[in-house]
Structures are given as C-alpha cells and as structure tokens.
Design a protein around this ligand. Structure first.
Ligand SMILES: O=P(O)(O)O[C@H]1O[C@H](CO)[C@@H](O)[C@H]1O
Length: 281
C-alpha cells in the first residue's frame, strides 16, 4: 500500500539560540578538517541507540569515519556504541548514521552530547531519526515492544517550544510501515522520559515517573531532539523496550526485536524524501 501524501509544514525555530555555551563547540567546527564523501549528501541522520548500531550495517555504499578521526567529536565510552559516523544509503536514500551516541552520564556536557546533531545540520540533514533502548513503565508494555515516541518529559527544560517535537506525519507513516511489516501487534506509542542515569530507576522512582504519565524511560534522546527542533529538523523517534520497571526483579532482553526494529527504520527511510526535492512523505 502506498503512503498517503500529507503536506509537511516545516517550522524552523524563530527563537534565539539557547546560549553561547551550547553553540560554542559548533563555532569551532572545522569543515576543512573533515570531508564527508561528496557522492553522499545525507538528508536524514539516524542516531543508533544502545545495542542498535547494527542499523548502520544495513547501509549500502557506506563510508565509516571513526569518531576519533573527526576533529572535536566526542568519543563513545559506553558498550554497544561503536563510535563511527557512517555515511551511506538506506532504501536508496542518502543518510548518515551515528553508530554510537553520547550520554550526559558519560561526563559530557549537553553541548557535547548534542554536538553531532548540530554538525548534521551543517551537512544538510533535514530529518532526525532517534532510536534508543528504554525501560518500560506502562503496565501494558512487554519486553521487545517498539514504542513510537509521541512526546517526552524533560524536567530541567530548555527552549525552544517543544509542544510539537515529534512529527505527527512521520508518526502516521511509522504506523503504516509497522502494519505492512507485521509489527503492529507490538508497536506501542508513548511518552519517553529522560533521566540522568547511569543507574536504573528504583521502584519508587518508577512509580513517580508512571504517575507523571511517562510510558518509557531512558538516559538519552531528549537533548538531541531539542537541538534538532531548534534547528528546524523534523524528528521521529523509536524506543526498543529492553526491560520493564514494574517489578522488583529486572528482566532485561537487549536482543528482543532488534531485527524488526531495524526493519521499521529501514521502511521509514524508504518513505522519507528529500525536502529540497519537494518530495515529502
Ligand atoms: O539511550 P540509549 O543510548 O539507547 O541507551 C540506553 O541504554 C543504556 C542503559 O543500558 C542507557 O544509556 C540508556 O539511555
């Protein structure tokens, strides 16, 4: 079934930048010291969550740059985050995959955690796909469910306005893709809550988050989304539920439905078109 063709209204933020401390690293970005492959002009950036770096392996005609070879880039320190910027094509669409993200609990400032998102805007990216591993709070969730991020909770707050952070059209498209791929029975939708980590939540903390109407919890994603929205990117996010927080015994399954998860992202890539070519989903 072909996707319907809704018109996307793109609203780049008219708000001022969050402040010199957030933008300073980008001002020092030296374009001449890093040259992405000229034949691949990515219009989508994908951030691979913990254990989800296999997404980057699906790219065709790929060229990988280890973070250590990219000037000023932070380094991955968390297992399951390989630390490569991979350019290539997914479903024939040019994209750049961050095979490894940065977390606040690694000791990076939020400016550095979000630095790759700002760099991706310099590379011409229009849409950001964020993926993550998250703990399920919603009692209806199961380990291995995939949660389409509908909204998020970010207590410290940062502007700009986040009332429409996650693109509704891309969300609709994701549900169509999931249906086509037979994933609907385990596709959930919900609110992702960002916590500092690195410890998982206590039972009491989980109850508080659930009472705040959070459906899943993780230690990433939200800063990236805020910066992406500030730059006017469209955002789409998926969480893979790797554990549930409703019991005192932590049952964790990182393998879960990784394959299906990657297929959903791949299916989305097949449907997202470059805005500059006026061929929006
Ligand atoms: O959010 P991603 O990078 O997927 O990582 C998630 O998995 C790690 C916990 O195992 C935490 O870093 C949590 O945020």
């Amino acid at each position: 079934m072909e996707a319907s063709q809704p018109v996307i209204h793109h609203h780049p933020s008219k708000l001022p930048c969050p402040g010199p401390e957030l933008n300073a690293p980008l001002q020092e970005w030296d374009k001449t010291a890093f040259s992405p492959p000229p034949q691949i002009l990515p219009f989508v950036a994908i951030i691979c969550g913990s254990g989800l770096g296999g997404l980057a392996d699906l790219l065709e005609n790929s060229v990988a740059f280890p973070y250590k070879d990219i000037p000023r880039f932070p380094q991955s320190t968390v297992p399951g985050h390989a630390g490569n910027l991979v350019f290539g094509e997914l479903q024939g669409k040019a994209c750049v995959c961050m095979q490894g993200r940065f977390h606040y609990y690694e000791g990076y400032s939020i400016a550095m955690v979000t630095y790759p998102v700002r760099v991706s805007t310099l590379l011409g990216v229009e849409t950001l796909i964020v993926t993550n591993a998250a703990g399920g709070l919603n009692p209806k969730f199961n380990v291995g469910d995939i949660m389409l991020i509908r909204d998020h909770i970010n207590m410290p707050g940062l502007f700009p306005c986040m009332s429409d952070a996650y693109d509704a059209d891309l969300g609709r498209l994701a549900r169509e893709v999931a249906e086509e791929q037979g994933c609907s029975s385990f596709l959930q939708q919900g609110v992702y809550c960002n916590v500092g980590g690195p410890a998982f939540e206590t039972v009491a903390e989980s109850k508080i988050l659930l009472s705040l109407l959070a459906d899943a919890v993780g230690m990433s994603t939200v800063p990236e989304v805020i910066v992406a929205r500030h730059h006017g990117l469209r955002v789409f996010g998926l969480s893979l539920i790797t554990n549930l927080l409703d019991s005192e015994e932590l049952e964790r399954n990182d393998e879960g439905r990784k394959g299906e998860y990657c297929s959903c992202v791949e299916g989305m890539m097949g449907r997202i078109h470059c805005k500059q070519n006026d061929l929006l989903v």
